[in-house]
Write a protein that binds this ligand. Structure first.
Ligand code: FE
Length: 157
């Protein structure tokens, strides 16, 4: 379980080593991504609140990075935060994201990036629901939701 103190430590000292790395040139990212995805992931842009794909969507599935396909969040950790952006209370795995101090826009925030391709996802705040208390405020454009593989009926649950 990731806690706020872990997020602070990652941002302050060092982030977990990712299991793989995806690196592309700016021109390659531009070809690979839609203009909206490029603006968020590679330019740290912010999409409009509410008018984005996953804000009000609670279908089951796994949210993967739109840049490199790395799984980032499970739909079971998604909750309604009234922020206008999709919000999660835990990442899918401890090393999936990296955390950096962000002093832009006259605010002190912690930025969340994909740990595999360094794509900008959004920010993390310590005002999420119990028991973890984390709120991952993430741009829809930085993710793609993949439906969960079909469950097999039978006794091997
Ligand atoms: Fe990525």
């Amino acid at each position: 379980m990731l806690r706020w103190i872990d997020v602070i430590k990652y941002a302050k000292y060092s982030n977990p080593e990712p299991s793989r790395r995806v690196e592309k040139t700016e021109a390659e990212w531009q070809r690979h991504l839609t203009p909206q995805q490029f603006e968020v992931l590679r330019r740290k842009g912010t999409e409009p609140p509410y008018r984005n794909a996953y804000c009000k969507s609670y279908d089951p599935g796994v949210y993967v990075c739109a840049g490199c396909g790395t799984p980032l969040f499970n739909s079971t950790e998604k909750y309604h935060a009234i922020s206008g952006w999709p919000s999660f209370t835990q990442p899918i795995a401890k090393g999936a994201l990296k955390y950096l101090f962000d002093d832009s826009h006259h605010m002190q925030r912690i930025e969340a990036q994909c740990n595999t391709c360094d794509g900008h996802l959004g920010h993390v705040f310590p005002d999420g629901p119990a028991p973890h208390g984390l709120r991952f405020c993430i741009n829809s454009e930085s993710m793609v939701r993949l439906a969960e593989p079909e469950q097999q009926d039978g006794e091997n649950a």
